[in-house]
Design a protein around this ligand. Sequence first.
Ligand code: GDP
Ligand code: MG
Length: 440
Amino acid sequence: LTDKLSKSIQKIRGQANLSEDNVKEALREVRVALLEADVALPVVKSFIEDVKTRALGKEVMTSLKPAQVMVKVVQEELIKVLGESTEGINFNAQPPVVILMAGLQGAGKTTTTGKLAKYLQERENKKVMVVSADVYRPAAIEQLQTVAEQVGATWFPSSVVDDPVTIGMTALQAAKKGYFDVLIVDTAGRLAVDDAMMKEIKSLQNTISPTETLFVVDAMTGQDAANTAKAFSDALDLTGVVLTKIDGDARGGAALSVKTITGKPIKFQGVGEKMEALEPFHPDRIASSILGMGDVLSLVEEVERKIDKKKAEKLAKKVATGNKFTLEDFQEQLLQMQNMGGMTSMLDKLPGMSNLPDMVKDQVNDKTTGRMLAVINSMTIKEKRYPQLIKGSRKRRIANGSGTTIQDVSKLLKQYTQMQKMMRKFKGKGMMKMMQKLGG
Ligand code: GDP
Ligand code: MG
C-alpha cells in the first residue's frame, strides 16, 4: 500500500486544497490497504465513509500540504475508531473482581490468563486467583496450573468431572474467603463457534456475574475475527477485547473489525508467547501497521533532504531489478545510512520495521557501522564484487588492514548476507520503490 498511497499522495502534493476528486482517489487506496490488512468489508465501507466526511470538511492549513492533511485524517480516524485511550481492567466492583475469558480454542485464553495475572499482580498490586473451566481437556487444566506457577498466581484446582458452572461458583467462594482481589476464569473454546459452547459460557456468565468478560481473539485470523467477534458479542455481554499474537505477521486488520463489530474497547494486546508479553493496547501502532505507512511521510521528507538521489536511484534500480547486491552496494548503503543519522532511527520509521527481529536490528546497530565500513574499505574491488573469495588469508589481511579482527570480518560478511536477503525480501516494496521515485 505504502507505494500506492504515496503515489496518490504525490499527486495531491502541490495542490492547495483537498478536493472531492483527490480525496476520492486517496480513499480508493486506503480501501485497498484496509482490505489487504484483512479488515472485514462492511467495516471498511463504514470507515471510508467516515474519513471522507472528515477529510472534505477539513480546511487545509497553510503550513501543511494537502497530502499531509490526508494522511493525518486517515490515521486520526483510525486511531479514533480503534479507541483513543487505553482502558485497563475495571476495578469498580466488590472484590474479588471476576474476569471471564472467552474465545475460540487457540486464541490465547489460557496464556493470556497467566499474562494478565502477572500484569495485575505486578502493576496493580493485586492478589490473583486463576481457575480453569475447560472440562474437555485435562491438559488444558494442567496448562493453566503450569502457567499459574510460572507467574506466582494462586491456581484453584478444578477437574474434568465437574461442570463449568460448579467450578466457577466454587472458585468464586474460595476467592472470597481468601480475600483475593481478582479471580480470572479461563474457559474452553472450540475450533469454531458452536451453540453448545455459547450456551455453556453464557450460563457461566449468568452465575458468576463477572465484572469483565474479555473476548480473546487471535489477530492473525484476519477476516474470520470479524465473524467470531459477532458470534461472541451476540451471545455474551462483553466488556472488552484482548487481541493476541500481534507479534505475528498480522497486518492488524482484525483490530479494526473486532472493535467496530463489538463496540468494546481493546484493552490489551498479546505480543509474544512469554508471560510478560502483554501490553495495554496501542491504537497508534496498529493504525500504522494497518495502513502500512509507518511514519512514511516524514521519512520521505528526511530521505529527500539527506540522501544522494543519483546513488540511491542506482542502488534501488539494482535491487528492484534483482541484480546482485554486492559488497560495494552494501558499502554505499552504509555510507548513506551514516549520512542520514544512523540506521536505527531510519528503520524505526519504516512500516513493519519495528517488528524486525532484534538480531537483525543489532546487526545494523549504528555504533558498528563505522567498523563495518572500515572492514569493507580494506577489501580490494575484486573482493567486494566476489565476496565468496574472502577466506582465511584474505580475511587476516583485511582484519589487519582495517584494525579489526578476523571475527569482525566474518561478522561483516554475515551481515552482508543477511542484508542481501532482506533486500531480496524488499524487492519492489516500500523503501526501495520510494527511493526509486525520489531518485527519478
Ligand atoms: P487457548 O486455547 O485460547 O487457551 O489458547 P492458548 O493460551 O493455549 O494459546 C494457544 C497458542 O498461542 C499457544 O502456543 C500460545 O503460546 C500462543 N500464544 C498466545 N498468545 C500469544 C501471543 O500474544 N503471541 C504469540 N506469538 N503466541 C501466543
Ligand atoms: Mg486454553
